[in-house]
Design a protein around this ligand. Structure first.
Ligand SMILES: Nc1ncnc2c1ncn2[C@@H]1O[C@H](COP(=O)(O)OP(=O)(O)O)[C@@H](O)[C@H]1O
Ligand SMILES: [Mg+2]
Length: 331
């Protein structure tokens, strides 16, 4: 395998390093007509992993619905339509009907909820063996009742075997809340797939092989130090690799690298001042027990967003680069 370092641009699934077991697991669930959920912090390689597994599923229609940047009901409809269009091996996607929906979306009478009930539902019911991949599904929570409506359709569709789902989210807390809800007990219908950071030997091999491919090198000690700092999280390992190819053999430089700052900032921009204040307290290992109620509320929403996790020793920020930037006020 030729290791290439990809950061920030869509990487091809041929760039997937390791993860054989996880890919096999996803393939076996989907070929067995099951459904699954996958949650981890951002950058762990969820989307890449599922894309790689989906390439092996040739006898089902994979409908990839990206909910990452869904802010309105129109965005949601657009993503559903583009998912349908992008599904391989689907001949039933009626272009005229979809174009009509597109036209209607600009009129005041258009209802996304109606689209879900009529067009989307009937379309899915006519497709042979559809698998809906819902990437960053919990982001659609901001749509409120429309999200509940969509979850309702998904729950009953899976329950009655109309389709399978593969749900992906970086918001661990929100995902658990959704799946443990009493009304729609998704947990009983899904299998969880877990995704951990790459272990030390795998991470180090990834970096060594990539450096060899690019004809670059850095002292061995520094390569290990890059692993220690990034804790084997694929997106940070990939950036470490790129930095070393650029001749940047200083691992601590990753904390101030424009690309890291941008990647972390993208996750922080949507937070409130209180949430950021709370994140900083946690990064500095301060006692959040003493914080006021308004800050405690921020703690819960940070957990929901997957940016904070509860550890036996207290709360922690699972992304080591984000934690460092907050702790030393780089951000
Ligand atoms: N197993 C892997 N091997 C090589 N690169 C990976 C791997 N997993 C993730 N990456 C890289 O890390 C970045 C983040 O991956 P992505 O799938 O977008 O993560 P997530 O969906 O969990 O946020 C991408 O640039 C991808 O190329
Ligand atoms: Mg993703």
């Amino acid at each position: 395998m030729r290791v290439k370092f990809n950061f920030g641009k869509p990487s091809g699934t041929e760039d997937l390093y390791d993860r054989e077991d996880e890919v096999k697991k996803v393939i076996s669930i989907l070929t067995g007509n099951g459904s699954a959920a996958l949650s981890s912090i951002r950058g762990m390689g969820k989307s890449l992993l599922v894309r790689a597994a989906a390439e092996h599923i040739t006898d089902k229609a994979i409908v990839w619905i990206d909910l990452e940047n869904v802010y309105s009901s129109l965005d949601l409809t657009q993503q559903l339509i583009s998912g349908i269009h992008g599904a391989k091996g689907v001949s039933g996607a009626d272009e005229n009907a979809l174009n009509e929906v597109r036209q209607n979306m600009l009129t005041s009478s258009f209802s996304a909820s109606g689209f879900l009930d009529t067009y989307f539902n009937s379309y899915i019911f006519h497709v042979d063996r559809p698998v809906l991949v819902l990437d960053e599904i919990t982001h659609a929570r901001r749509l409120g009742r429309l999200y509940d409506h969509m979850m309702n359709i998904l729950y009953h569709g899976v329950k009655h075997g109309a389709f399978q789902v593969m749900m992906i989210s970086s918001e661990m807390g929100a995902m658990l809340e959704t799946f443990n809800s009493k009304q729609l007990p998704f947990n009983s219908l899904l299998e969880w797939v877990s995704l951990k950071p790459l272990d030390e030997p795998t991470s180090v091999n990834f970096l060594f092989e990539g450096l060899e491919f690019y004809g670059a090198s850095c002292p061995k000690k520094m390569i290990y130090e890059y692993y220690r700092i990034t804790e084997g999280i694929p997106v940070w390992l990939a950036l470490s690799g790129i930095r070393m190819v650029e001749g940047l053999c200083n691992p601590e430089g990753i904390y101030r690298d424009d690309r890291s700052v941008k990647y972390v900032l993208e996750q922080l921009v949507e937070l409130s001042k209180k949430e950021i204040e709370m994140l900083r307290l946690i990064s500095q290992k301060q006692h959040v027990g003493l914080a006021g109620t308004h800050l405690k509320r921020s703690l819960n929403s940070l957990i929901r967003k997957g940016l904070v996790a509860g550890a036996p020793s207290g709360y922690m920020i699972p992304d080591p680069i984000m934690e460092h930037m907050l702790k030393y006020e780089i951000l």
